[in-house]
Design a protein around this ligand. Sequence first.
Ligand code: PEP
Length: 252
Amino acid sequence: MRSKVVAGNWKLNGSLAGNESLLKALLREIPRDNPVACVVCVPSPYLAQVRALLEGAGIAWGAQDVSRFDHGAYTGEVSAPMLVEFGCRYVLVGHSERRTIFGESDAIAAQKYVAARKAGLTPIFCVGETLEERDRGETQAVLARQVDALLQAYGAVGLERGVIAYEPVWAIGTGKTASAAQANEAHAFIRARIGAKDAQVAARLPIVYGGSVKAANAAEIFAMPDVDGGLVGGASLVAEEFVAIWRAALGR
Ligand code: PEP
């Protein structure tokens, strides 16, 4: 059976006081041992605070980006070994906001994935098509290109202990959600693409859905056979919403 993951992406949000009250609210509801990984991906300056609040609890934490380099003259970068020092277990890689706003290419995203895995982190590798690409019938071609960059950089075995997030760009932060069937179709395509290289790795790989997941739509999406949880942006900033989404993933 595949493991399931519900990860919150706080994006560029947070404050010391706000983080503390959000995390304390989550800690009241998320048990220490649970079958669905619950993760918060926070802005890097808050990692020490998050570690202090979550250490030993049932919520893991991570960052939203990682350098492809381990150390050196790369001003502004944060490396995977540094994230490990702050207790991170997860890191988002290749989020569409990194790809579109900051010009991150498929190849760079794949290199970041490799850097994260080499440091022992679980990368959550984000893929997904824009609305224009979907309208042109290019969804599968885009997903294939993004996944193939990863397979070329690291091989199918390198995807072990990773997570893929299918996040249609048109659904992120827009309130529009892919239908459960659309999400499952994309997840099944991604799984088959990886399965053509290594069936066992593909069968075990968690593929989560992201794009305006809310308490109101999570259960329907998470019930699909190829959907193994969610990557949650806006709704992860509201404790009751995030807990309800995490509970929806428990329901399968
Ligand atoms: C995200 O940031 O990855 C995301 C899916 O955002 P939202 O849930 O707000 O659409």
